[in-house]
Design a protein around this ligand. Sequence first.
Ligand SMILES: [Zn+2]
Length: 145
Amino acid sequence: MDWMKELYSEVVLTYSKDSRYRGKIEDAIKGYDMNESCGDEVTLYVKMEDDKVKDATFEGQGCIVSMASAAILVKLIKGKTVKEVKDILDNVRKMAKGEDFDEELLGDLVVFSNISDIPQRSKCFLLAWSILERLYGKMAEQEKH
Ligand SMILES: [Zn+2]
């Protein structure tokens, strides 16, 4: 099946193992969540400066889909403004529902464009993104200071 090929593509494998997106940031906004059905765990760190994401990393363990999705998230939001992060989040939600979305905004995340066909894997894919959604309020708050 096509989605199988896509999910375990070279791109996904590479991101899932890439250590550049991993680590801990002291003094950052952070959030944790887990996906019980698969055992995936992610802690996301987002460091804001002015209205931009100055740095972001994640720590965690789990399946290839959850780890690659978290790594691409970190890559995508670095250097972005709060508003741009919101646009990315909105488009990730659309993609996860199988709706039309802005491919340019999501970069390499489009390797998961068929994720809505696989509900079980959608949870893995969305784990890091749902943490980011929860952190978003705090990120936007810092913008005003
Ligand atoms: Zn998983």
